[in-house]
Design a protein around this ligand. Structure first.
Ligand code: BMA
Length: 308
């Protein structure tokens, strides 16, 4: 199996939300109690974003909740880091607890916020786990070498957007920051990159998706790539895709609020090696592509060369 778009894409649009929104997109994904859950970003008519759950029995047909579950105004002492909206959730399960990394947007620019839940009803908001400017954070699903690990994307300067990896004894205090991979100028992922999906464990190492951005004139094209990291030392890169595995081609990926964007924040591995990739086209919908772990591993065919 290579990679295939679901023929009924997009699976969610603004019309599926039971109240007025500008758009629904960038969904974290997890299986919980046998159900497929998507924690989607909705952009409200004000222009600010919140996070809402959509639920499905089969992974293809989703029903969006009546109201958002993570909004800026529930952030209490952390409100000043979220009052321009909360965006782009990624979900990782560790020992029956679901950790959600998401972007808090404010006058402070983006920071990574952390929340946790056991039931997707009650959320404990743990606040910022980065300084600004940082986003695109994913947490590994188990401890490695006695630590929790996270990948994120500090914006070192306006000209540089690379993926970094760091570790923590408790998921709150993070250190040992190292650059994991750099944007690969002049390729498709040459302008900036960021983690897309939380890593999953395979027999070859940690497998994850990342997004790569290329500037063309004044516009940007977002594509998806794959990365394979060492099982014991996740800061060591084993392979990276030379070509993107998903590029904007369909109308629902090319046309929308931000044209020419494929942006994934969640995937669900199935028994037997299939994997469902939830992604958004043009910042305007939730769509689905189906592939296999084997295919993604086969794409980690390039070395780790970075900018010259
Ligand atoms: C990124 C984030 C995402 C968005 C993407 C494409 O920087 O802001 O939320 O989907 O750009 O516009």
């Amino acid at each position: 199996m290579e990679i295939k778009r679901y023929n009924e894409n997009p699976i969610l649009t603004a019309a599926d939300v039971p109240f007025k929104v500008n758009s629904i997109f960038n969904a974290g994904a997890i299986k919980f109690n046998g159900q497929y859950l998507l924690l989607c970003r909705i952009e409200l008519p004000t222009g600010l974003s919140s996070l809402i759950l959509a639920r499905s029995e089969d992974g293809y047909h989703f029903t969006v909740d009546e109201k958002p579950i993570l909004t800026p105004d529930i952030h209490g002492e952390f409100f000043e880091y979220a009052n321009w909206g909360v965006e782009d959730a990624r979900i990782t399960e560790i020992d029956g607890v679901y950790y959600i990394t998401y972007t808090g947007y404010s006058v402070n620019e983006p920071v990574v916020l952390l929340a946790r839940t056991k039931n997707f009803k009650d959320f404990e908001l743990l606040g910022p786990i980065s300084e600004p400017v940082n986003k695109d954070a994913v947490i590994f699903p188990e401890k490695i070498d006695g630590y929790y690990w996270k990948i994120d994307r500090p914006a070192v300067s306006a000209l540089q957007g690379d993926m970094w990896i760091n570790r923590s004894p408790d998921l709150l205090h993070w250190g040992m920051h190292r650059r994991l991979i750099a944007a690969r100028k002049p390729l498709w992922d040459g302008h900036k990159i960021g983690a897309s999906t939380p890593p999953i464990k395979t027999e070859k190492g940690w497998l994850m998706l990342y997004h790569g951005v290329r500037m063309i004139g004044t516009s940007m094209i977002y594509r998806q790539g794959v990365l394979l990291l060492d099982a014991e030392k996740p800061f060591k890169v084993i392979g990276r895709s030379l070509h993107p595995i998903l590029s904007p081609e369909e109308e629902y990926e090319r046309m929308g609020d931000v044209p020419n964007v494929i942006f994934s924040t969640g995937w669900i591995p199935e028994p037997g090696g299939e994997i469902k990739i939830y992604y958004s086209g043009a910042d305007s919908n939730v769509s689905l592509a189906i592939t296999s772990v084997d295919y993604l591993l086969s794409q980690c065919n390039a070395g780790t060369e970075t900018r010259s």
